[in-house]
Design a protein. Structure first.
Length: 459
């Protein structure tokens, strides 16, 4: 660390921490919004998309589940279209497969109807179908009613990340692999990032650290009440002779009390069918099996009030998830609710993933906090899917990066030059918002030495 600290620092306008799809999409959108700014992306692993982005079911979601008018719905809808356009333009594999959300019993029909209404209000192409139409689409699927979403699909998310990395490198930006951020220090001019193999000095830092994003935020000195709690998602894949059981995507009606969608069947972009995931509390942030235990991670989760509240409300569901993890027969029974012909011999285990579940958020919106002006934290609500990452950086940075007037002017000029519609927040908040904001700032304490030019609220 001492030898690294004496190296000549890498100078950048923006440093993005995290080489998953959120970090890469953020860096790429920044390169489009402010093309003359230099960007450095830091990833602690030796390859991009190593954790969450490379270990999911690869579904291109339509936004049918989200509350109409919410940022989740808006970003998912816009991000889906942007991601499809990106894949077509740059040759990344994707496919429109369609999806059915299946109600298996009468008690699920009200929730199914709510999802249908949300989908229609969000502009999703969807329709309610009966068992006859369901059998035409998925001959082996059980269900009394279903929603058919023909525009849902699948995509190669690691391929998207690879292409984004190539575009950033071709644009003169820098990607540093194997660079773990160990320290942050901020002065009046920049943020100094001390990494395992280099030192970076950046005017702005964006935290897209996924499973470790809360620790990175605290490392920067920001007050943070939220915490990342890891949940492992385990998958099985169907043997080739059982591929006939699934033609597209088969989902159950999700339990509204639990922030997961339930085990489902997914056609994969490179062939095959995956079944899962479950949602098991992981014993480490990178705990991809029961044998991986990290005492620090485990202690932080088990002593966090947000996790204790979640566990108290959903302990029965949690025990069911653990049972399905430990006993294959229990997992098979969950799958048989959707496809009764599935048998244990049709399944073989495949790699698991770990989801960074953010706990401690105010329900339905982000908690606003005072933070250092030069450090931004990209924090996703738990249900936001990967395709939203293609849309969020543009909308967030147009609205939130306000503390450097030259950047704001450049951003406006860049937006107008490309013919985009003016952002509704581009001229600043309404007078009432400015009045409240000025009142809050007048009551806040002055920033500590080296904390930058005042506080800035962030989403």
């Amino acid at each position: 660390m001492n030898a690294v600290a004496h190296q000549s620092p890498i100078k950048a306008d923006f440093a993005v921490i995290g080489g998953g799809i959120v970090g890469l999409a953020t860096a790429w959108q920044l390169s489009q919004l402010v093309p003359r700014q230099k960007i450095v992306l830091l990833e602690k692993e030796q390859s991009l998309a190593f954790h969450q982005t490379g270990r999911n079911s690869g579904v291109l979601h339509s936004g049918i589940y989200y509350r109409p008018g919410s940022l989740r719905a808006q970003n998912c809808r816009a991000g889906k279209l942007a991601l499809e356009e990106f894949c077509d333009r740059y040759g990344v594999a994707w496919k429109k497969t369609g999806k059915v959300i299946v109600a298996l019993q009468q008690s699920e029909l009200s929730q199914l109807q709510l999802i249908l209404e949300r989908g229609r209000q969000n502009g999703v192409q969807c329709e309610q179908i009966g068992p006859e139409r369901l059998r035409e689409l998925e001959p082996y699927c059980a269900g009394i009613q279903a929603i058919y979403v023909p525009e849902s699909g699948i995509v190669d998310y690691p391929g998207v990340c690879t292409r984004l990395g190539e575009l950033l490198t071709a644009g003169g930006h820098q990607i540093c692999l194997g660079s773990r951020v160990l320290g942050m220090r901020q002065n009046a001019e920049c943020v100094r990032l001390e990494c395992s193999d280099c030192v970076v000095e950046a005017t702005q830092v964006v935290n897209c650290g996924g499973l470790h994003s809360d620790r990175l935020a605290r490392l920067s000195g920001q007050p943070l009440r939220e915490r990342i709690v890891p949940f492992r998602g385990e998958y099985f894949e169907l043997v080739p002779e059982a591929h006939r059981f699934c033609n597209s995507l088969i989902y159950p009606v999700p339990d509204p009390r639990f922030p997961f969608l339930g085990v489902h069947f997914t056609r994969m972009i490179h062939g095959g069918v995956e079944c899962g995931p479950n949602a098991v509390f992981a014993l480490a942030r990178e705990g991809y099996d029961w044998r991986t235990i990290n005492i620090r991670d485990l202690w932080e989760s088990l002593t966090y009030p947000g996790f204790l509240r979640l566990a108290a409300r959903n302990w029965r569901t949690g025990l069911g998830e653990i049972r399905r993890s430990l006993f294959k027969a229990a997992f098979v029974r969950a799958l048989q609710r959707l496809v009764p012909e599935i048998r244990s011999e049709h399944l073989r285990a495949c790699p698991a993933g770990v989801r960074a579940q953010a706990l401690g958020l105010v329900r339905g919106r982000h908690r606003r906090q005072k933070c250092a002006a030069r450090i931004r934290r990209r924090k996703l609500a738990p249900e936001w899917s990967s395709e939203s990452a293609r849309r969020q950086p543009a909308s967030i940075f147009r609205r939130r990066i306000r503390d450097r007037p030259p950047f704001r002017r450049h951003l406006r000029q860049s937006t107008i030059a490309r013919g985009r519609n003016a952002d509704p927040d581009e001229d600043g908040p309404d007078p009432e918002h400015r009045r409240r904001h000025a009142y809050r700032r007048s009551r806040s304490h002055a920033p500590e030495d080296g904390a930058g030019s005042g506080g800035a609220e962030q989403a």
